[in-house]
Ligand binder design. Structure first.
Ligand code: BES
Ligand code: MN
Ligand code: ZN
Length: 513
């Protein structure tokens, strides 16, 4: 992972491979953002003009490389777009918003792969900017090369360039507690989010439920988190028919992992529940080719929950957070659950499985009911649950459903605050009817239209009476099949980790209501 430092050094004397500066879209062309004054001065104050000549506009995602001015120790200047120049007269003041900084830092960090050290001279007006730039660098520099062996006979080259090794954040105050705190938070969140990405990207032949549980156990031990793992025998004894039913077709047996972090001064208790299908073939209702190649990502919810609990513990948040990882592999076989089977769930309800590809709601139902037994103040589940949510919101926005309108708004605002696009979705009562079963209490499928909402309504039935609950359907943003953008790489994205961490922080500070 990229090493981050705060630096008061001036850009010219800095020994680095590159100096990163910001360029914004002004009314009359590109504008050099604050933080780059020394660089602009060395260009005789004509840097904006030079950038304009090179075709830079300051648009988000844009990157322009130019030779550093004479006398600079670093050889190149990397100018990254920050989007529209903030309006000094607007109510929000003159600062660049955190997400613009995060994205710009991410774009630069990715472009600097192969470099040893870069100095980031982006606009810093306080600790918030330091945190955003730090996160952007760590998330943008991420690369998954665990399975790249050799290139040109050299084992070290790994087919690609190594991630940027070191980033010095200029304008940071190394002795200022708020700046140091913001950087430390960024490092913790960045490391844990990248760990979630690693888990998502790990191929399913190496990450089955047992292996995932072992990773969780090791991390829990390292960070003072209590951990309990129910294996298939314990699940059978406890009556977890949903998790068992989904896992019974696979040679790799299912697990339910409970991670408990409790600060001694904790007053509130949050439970996070993650869908952890380590591979979703669809089961007997098999997915066709073209729909199964990326289904190792179907444990992204569990990865997010795992990362968020570890981050909460590392940050020492004054809260109790319980994470539930519902882990199973959904495979077709002679022992697999059939369409038409009825499962007896942990809650005691019976479910007729009409489509074995609607497996996420089955494992979540058991984990939601288990989480409810502790009577937490709120439960948030995270799941790559439905293709329908992807159709509705696209591949970058997750849907937020809840049994409580105020809590749904809280979750939505927390997501927006940390730079995760999210949108509130309803749970229309009339859709419940479509899940009525001839033989059981409920079927695992309903109307096709509004399938994401149907899934949400199914989950709601397994939340304990009176417990505030929200459901994040991250099927769209969990896995990036397109090219990298901002600080988001191809593959596993770590969607929802930052929203969950923010919710834990808000709960700790008593701001959750
Ligand atoms: N894991 C999938 C949903 C999914 C699809 C996630 C695409 C990420 C990308 C889920 O288990 C699933 O198969 N859902 C079905 C439900 C249907 C059978 C009711 C779906 O969305 O088609
Ligand atoms: Mn499925
Ligand atoms: Zn699935």
């Amino acid at each position: 992972m990229t090493a981050l430092t705060l630096s008061t050094a001036a850009a010219p004397g800095l020994r680095a491979d590159a100096i990163v500066i910001g360029v914004a879209k002004g009314a009359k062309g590109p504008v050099v953002a604050p933080g780059a004054e020394a660089v602009d001065k060395a260009y005789d104050g004509k840097l904006a003009g030079v950038l304009g000549t090179l075709g830079a506009s300051g648009a988000e995602g844009e990157l322009t490389k130019l030779p550093a001015p004479a006398g600079f120790k670093a050889p190149i200047v990397v100018a990254v777009g920050l989007g529209a120049e903030p309006d000094a007269k607007s109510e929000e003041g003159e600062g660049y918003d955190a997400e613009a900084l995060r994205k710009a830092a991410g774009v630069a960090a990715r472009a600097l792969a192969g470099s040893k050290k870069a100095a980031f001279a982006l606009p810093v007006d306080g600790p918030g900017a330091i945190g955003a730039i730090g996160e952007g660098v760590l998330l943008g520099a991420y690369a998954f090369d665990a399975y790249k062996e050799t290139s040109n006979g050299s084992a070290k080259a790994k087919n690609g360039k190594a991630p940027l090794a070191e980033a010095a954040l200029l304008g940071g105050k190394p002795r200022d507690a708020a700046h140091k705190g913001a950087l430390a938070r960024a490092v913790t969140v960045g490391e844990e989010l990248n760990r979630a990405r690693d888990l998502i990207n790990t191929p399913p032949n190496d990450l089955d439920p047992e292996a995932f549980a072992a990773v969780a156990q090791a991390a829990a031990k390292e960070h003072g988190i209590k951990v309990q793992v129910l294996d298939e025998k314990a699940l059978a004894k406890g009556g977890y028919g949903g998790i068992l039913g989904v896992g019974v077709g696979s040679a790799a047996t299912p697990r339910l992992v409970k991670l408990s972090y409790t600060h001694p001064k904790a007053e509130k208790h949050l439970a996070f529940v993650g869908k952890g299908i380590t591979y979703d073939s669809g089961g007997i209702s098999l997915k066709p080719a073209g729909h199964n190649e990326t289904m190792k990502c179907d444990m992204s919810g569990a990865a997010a929950v795992f990362a968020a609990v570890v981050a909460a513990a590392r940050l020492g948040l004054e809260v109790r957070v319980t994470g539930w990882l519902a882990l199973a592999e959904n495979m077709p076989s002679g022992t697999a659950v059939r369409p038409g089977d009825v499962l007896r769930m942990y809650s005691g309800k019976t479910v007729e499985v009409l489509n074995t590809d609607a497996e996420g709601r089955l494992v979540l139902a058991d984990a939601l009911w288990a989480a409810s037994q502790d009577k937490p103040d709120a439960i948030v589940d995270v799941a790559t649950l439905t293709g329908a949510m992807m159709l509705a919101l696209g591949s970058r926005t997750f849907g937020v459903m809840s049994n409580d309108d105020a809590f749904r708004s809280t979750v939505h605002e927390a997501a927006e605050e940390v730079g995760e696009p999210a949108w509130p979705m309803p749970l229309p009562e009339h859709l419940r009817k479509g899940m009525e079963s001839q033989v059981a209490d409920i079927a695992n499928m309903g109307e096709r239209m509004g399938g994401g909402l149907v899934a949400g309504l199914f989950l709601r039935e397994f939340v304990g009476e009176g417990i505030t609950w929200a459901h994040l359907d991250i099927a769209g943003p969990a896995f990036n099949e397109g090219g990298p953008f901002g600080y988001t790489p191809k593959g596993g994205t770590g969607s929802a980790v930052r929203t969950l961490v923010r919710l834990a922080e808000l709960t700790a500070s008593g701001d959750l209501g």
